[in-house]
Each structure stands twice: as structure tokens, then as C-alpha cells.
Design a protein around this ligand. Sequence first.
Ligand SMILES: Cc1cc2nc3c(=O)[nH]c(=O)nc-3n(C[C@H](O)[C@H](O)[C@H](O)COP(=O)(O)OP(=O)(O)OC[C@H]3O[C@@H](n4cnc5c(N)ncnc54)[C@H](O)[C@@H]3O)c2cc1C
Length: 190
Amino acid sequence: MNQSFDYIIVGAGSAGCVLANRLSADPDISVLLVEAGPSDNSLFIRMPAAFTYAISRSRFDWGYRSEPEEYANAKRFPIPRGRVLGGSSSVNAMSFVRGQRQDFDGWAQNGLPGWSWDDCLPYFRKMETFSGGADSWRGGEGPLHVRAPEASGPLYQAFLQAAEQAGHALHDNTNGAQQEGFQRHGPDHP
Ligand SMILES: Cc1cc2nc3c(=O)[nH]c(=O)nc-3n(C[C@H](O)[C@H](O)[C@H](O)COP(=O)(O)OP(=O)(O)OC[C@H]3O[C@@H](n4cnc5c(N)ncnc54)[C@H](O)[C@@H]3O)c2cc1C
């Protein structure tokens, strides 16, 4: 079978899937997306809290190991990487953390123009639909639906109180103006 494509993307992970989706939005463009791993149709992938099972299964993981670590008795540590449709995003912990403004600004200052926080923020907003609604930090119409977990139980509140008593900041939006500190969740703090 002889077939030709405008684009061949190797790896159907986070980046590859986004790229394939954006390119194939143009019906005149043909795209081949190649993935080394199997289908993501598994209970261990569908159930977010089960991600540690997914990475412990060679079916979904490349099985990389670190070099022997000199200061850990030459132990070789596992370095999980997804080998499945969806790549590492199929086996990750699903925490939505954009990163720290200072890191982005540092990259821009050190020779990566276009990667400052202010440059990236419009794209962060464009990619997401946040359960708490859109504002100047969060998106409201993007393809990635981000939901704050329901965490209003008494243990959770005690944990936050302990953090506050220890002098840490509590805030309402980990992906907002301030990242350092502890985040409140629950009906009043989506
Ligand atoms: C265990 C774990 C937990 C994580 N938790 C979080 C989290 O909570 N929040 C967060 O934001 N990020 C998390 N991450 C990181 C995040 O998942 C990755 O940064 C992101 O998925 C990387 O995207 P990528 O497209 O670069 O690579 P990947 O998503 O890893 O995609 C690469 C794809 O290429 C395929 N591939 C490689 N070589 C070939 C080949 N030769 N031929 C065909 N296919 C090939 C692989 O099988 C894979 O599917 C986690 C990662 C892991 C492993």
C-alpha cells in the first residue's frame, strides 16, 4: 500500500496529539500520527487515581531506569514515560500546573524570545475551560476541561489550617497570580 501524507508525526503523546489535531483541522491537509504503544483503552488509564498502576505496567511504560546513582548506593531509579496512545498524559497524575512566572521570564531573558510569562499566558487561557470560570488568568472556551477537585472534607481543612499556622500562604488559584503556597478548594473556592 503506497500512501503519502503532508505530515508524519512520530509519537501520539501530549505534543503529538495536539499537533495532529491542529494540523488535521484543515481538511486539505493529510496527517499520519504514529504511536509505538498500544491503545489507551484500560481501566488503569481511565481511572485517574490508578496512574501508579499504569506506570508499573510494562504494557504502558517504556521502562526507563536512571544511571546508578552515586549517592543512593548505586540504585537505579525508575523514570516513567508513557508508551501508549496519549503518551505520558495517559499515565500522568493529571495535576494542572502551568509553572512559575519567574521561570518563563528567566527563559525569555536568557535567549528565548516569545516564551515570557506574558507571551504564554494567552495560550494557557486559550487551551482551557476552567470549572471556576474564565478570568484574566484562566480560560473559559478551550478544548482542555480543567476541574478543581471537590475537597471539602474535615481532614482537608485541617491540613490547610496547619499550613496556614506554619506561616504558608493560602490562595484560591494555583494557576493564578501566586503559585507558592497552599490552595483552597471546595464550593466557595473552585
Ligand atoms: C508518571 C508521570 C506523572 C506525571 N504527572 C504530571 C502531572 O500531574 N501534571 C503534568 O502537567 N504533567 C505530568 N507529567 C508530565 C507530562 O505528562 C509530560 O510532560 C507530557 O505528557 C510530555 O508530553 P510529550 O508530548 O513531550 O511526550 P509524551 O506524552 O511522553 O509522548 C511521547 C509519545 O511518543 C511515543 N514514542 C516515542 N518514541 C516513539 C517512536 N520511535 N515511534 C512511535 N512513537 C514513539 C511514546 O510512546 C509516547 O506516546 C507526568 C509524567 C509522568 C510520566
